[in-house]
Write a protein that binds this ligand. Structure first.
Ligand SMILES: Nc1ccn([C@@H]2O[C@H](COP(=O)(O)OP(=O)(O)OP(=O)(O)O)[C@@H](O)[C@H]2O)c(=O)n1
Ligand SMILES: [Ca+2]
Length: 499
């Protein structure tokens, strides 16, 4: 009986008619093809990258940074990342005033490294920028023809490389502060998502910048401190100020100049360790516009610099470089410079990080009072003990950490008005997601128009959602198609099935 039934079904099943089979196969192939084409067409392409190079010509040294981003996204939300950095050997370009050609030559090794890192076929479309900061600002003030010669030499050297050279120039203090703020907030994804922003604190060798957004600052009070941006559809009113001469190397000169005003041949310095003793040259000390007007008459050629390691006294020496006497605004930081009330978290980078990291004081959850006690103990440690504990650190750097730590704490608290309550809002940082914190990335993003003013139009659906919907629609079509063939279905219910 079962066999009989099987035979009956076989004979009567219209699905087995050749026309029906052909139509069904064509339908299925068409739908599979539709889904495949939709998926392949919208699959993200294999990533190709574009590159940009920025040289940070700082007062103490030059560094080269290479950035890369996915090629198809350069005017959109593509993430720009630092892929390589190179520290130029020797001092900053402003130190080559008397031998400008050497400034150009000094960049060669890092530029050759860049040639290795950027794929050859991208050379010609890779923009190359050089931005100089406070060292060149000071040289330009002091001797503008010397600074022009340094730029000429640097330009000639950079143009010899196959990249798309976009020029070398001095950044203004506002640009330096504002681009540092852009970098930090871009890397933290705060701009694209319109989140509360992070303030930026940058400490260099010759200048220092503070930049943040404050609700009670609309730019009307002291407009020269205001920078406005429209980024990803949001308006930002940024407060920024750059203090020329308040980088840590220039402040050290000012502090020494303060202590040598009377022109003694030996000074006892509380910011250097007990047992520290070095002979230094007066004219080198005063060889900077930050101190040149203080040079005592008939100064001897040399002076002996002796340390006595006293944090409290060092704080007083450091305070002497700030002027708190006048303020023509509602609030000031120092030297009569307007500053709105501090607001939000802050990222402190460059020398802030080098110094606080060296001193093991980069954790700001440690109470400010404890930080000061630890620093006081460090400053009081004898110099020979410090040398023994850090045999691999350059003596010039090592000698200055007590002074630099004291300067940083004084600048933050007395200068910018951070308190024990707001101190933990600061984070000492070097890198964010693999890219160095600093002005260079923000500078390049700006010059390549890589941050749109308006939020980019995003596709209404993410890729996975799009593929799922196409698949579901195709399946529905298949079902409809099968249902539409219903007249050809076996009329099972009308057949006597069970015998
Ligand atoms: N491992 C390091 C590296 C640098 N420094 C010090 O940090 C300061 C330089 O900081 P940096 O941000 O590199 O300054 P520049 O960019 O060169 O200076 P500016 O921004 O003022 O032009 C210098 O005093 C240098 O001696 C340090 O203490 N430890
Ligand atoms: Ca710098």
């Amino acid at each position: 009986i079962i066999l009989q039934r099987g035979n009956l079904m076989k004979e009567k099943n219209p699905w087995h008619k050749p026309v029906t089979i052909i139509i069904t196969v064509i339908g299925v192939i068409a739908i599979v093809a539709l889904v495949t084409v939709a998926v392949l067409q919208n699959r993200p392409l294999p990533q190709k990258y574009k590159y940009g190079i920025v040289l940070d010509a700082g007062s103490s040294h030059t560094a080269l940074y290479i950035y890369e981003w996915p090629a198809e996204k350069d005017n959109n939300t593509g993430r720009v990342e630092q892929t390589h950095s190179c520290k130029v050997k020797g001092p900053g370009i402003s130190s080559y005033a008397s031998a400008p050609l050497k400034a150009g030559e000094s960049l060669r090794a890092c530029m050759q490294e860049a040639e290795q890192r950027v794929p050859g076929k991208r050379y010609h479309e890779t923009p190359l920028y050089l931005g100089a900061t406070a060292g060149m600002r000071l040289l330009n003030m002091e001797n503008s023809s010397a600074s022009e010669k340094v730029f000429q030499a640097v330009e000639e050297a950079l143009q010899k490389f196959p990249f798309s050279y976009q020029g070398a120039r001095i950044l203004s203090g506002q640009e330096e502060g504002a681009f540092g703020w852009v970098t930090v907030n871009y890397l933290d994804d705060r701009l694209e998502q319109g989140l509360e922003t992070t303030g930026a604190l940058d400490l260099g060798g010759a200048s220092t910048q503070i930049s943040f957004v404050s609700d009670n600052y609309d730019g009307s009070e002291s407009p020269s401190n205001s920078v406005t941006f429209r980024l990803y559809g949001n308006d930002y009113n940024l407060y920024t100020h750059s203090f020329l001469c308040y980088g840590k190397d220039q402040v050290l000169r000012m502090a020494l100049a303060h202590q040598t005003q009377t022109g003694p041949e030996s000074i006892l310095d509380p910011c250097f360790h007990p047992g520290y003793n070095a002979t230094k040259n007066y004219s080198i000390l005063y060889d900077s516009p930050c101190v040149s007007d203080r040079k005592p008459q008939r100064a001897p050629v040399n002076f002996t610099h002796v340390g006595n390691g006293n944090f409290k006294q060092c704080q007083n020496v450091v305070k002497s470089v700030f002027n708190f006497t006048h303020c023509n605004y509602t609030h000031c930081s120092f030297n009569g410079i307007f500053q709105p009330l501090l607001q939000g978290p802050f990222g402190a980078f460059s020398a802030y990080y080098f110094v606080m990291n060296f001193l093991n004081l980069s954790d700001t959850s440690i109470p400010l009072e404890t930080v000061k006690e630890k620093l006081a103990r460090y400053c009081a440690t004898p110099w020979n003990q410090i040398i023994q504990q850090h045999p691999d650190i350059k003596l010039k750097y090592l000698a200055e950490y007590c002074f630099s730590g004291t300067y940083i704490l004084t600048l933050l608290t007395e200068g910018y008005n951070f308190t024990s309550d707001s101190y933990p809002n600061i984070k000492f940082i070097k890198k964010i997601k693999g890219s160095d914190a600093g002005w260079t990335l923000g500078y390049m993003l700006n010059l390549t128009n890589m941050i749109p003013a308006e939020a980019p139009d995003s596709p209404p659906l993410p890729h996975a959602g799009y593929v799922s919907i196409v698949t579901i629609m195709a399946l529905l079509l298949l079902i409809l198609f099968v249902v539409s063939l219903r007249p050809l279905w076996p009329r099972c219910s009308k057949q006597p099935q069970i015998i």
